[in-house]
Every structure is written in structure tokens, then in C-alpha cells.
Design a protein. Sequence first.
Length: 159
Amino acid sequence: MKITQDDKTILRVEEKNRTIVMIAGIIIAFALVRTAFLMYTFGLAYDYYLHWIFVAALTGFAGNSFTEEVAFTFSRSKKEIFWSRKKLFGSPQKGQLTFSDVDDVRLGYRGTGKLAKYRIELVVKGEPFPLSNIYSQGIQAKENCNSIAQRILEAMGRI
């Protein structure tokens, strides 16, 4: 996550995972070209190319799981949050919340010690509402999430 706009009226927080999409695309393309080559060489004997189709499908599903474009816009003047999520496959999700709907902004985590992974979560009606479903790992990720969470709290007038 990173802050892409911060002025007197708007705080915009976004996450885009272009690298994962590119890597998944390259692997899928290689697997499909390899499948086509093997089908041309050996005919329709599926035992020569079936595993390459499996690799392409598995990479597509993994790419969908780890790819998410997220945008949260905190409008200071309207006291509203506009959000959108878009996965590699499927329809995009959009919505809006008011500042009063948000009880708190906190750091969500999974794991402990050096293996801990972090993300930013809004607490809406007692339930976590993550800014992103993807966790980031490491001390730098924790510091980054903490600083963004502080900016969100400031934008909402909670600090």
C-alpha cells in the first residue's frame, strides 16, 4: 500500500501488483506455447502436454489470488470513504463508507516474529475491513502500514 495523493481535501491510498501479473503472464504464455509445440510434435497424446496445461491453469489461479488493485479515497470535506477492488479475474467491487461507520484503523497481522505479515484494516461495526487482502512481510512493511494507518486516522480527524 502507498499514499498516492495527500492534500487538504483527499487522501488516496492504493495498491497495484503489476509485477505478479507480468510474471504470471510470462509463465502462462510459456506453458501454452510449450503445450502447442508438444501437441504439434506428438499429436493428441495428452500424456505429453497435460502437465503444461495444469501449470498454466495453476499459475492463472495463483495470479488471481495474489493480484489485487485497490484504491481507497478518503474525502475530508465529505467525510466519506470511496473504495474499489479489482482482481485479475471477476468483476470489480466498489463501495463507500462514512467516517462515522469506521470505529478504528488498525494493523492486521498474521504470524509472529520475523515471519509476521501485515496489512491495514478499518474496523467497521466491530468487524475488520482490510484495505487490501494481501499481507506484506517484514519490519519495513510494518512501519509502512503503521505510517499509512496514522495518515488515515489524521485524515478522518481522529488524531
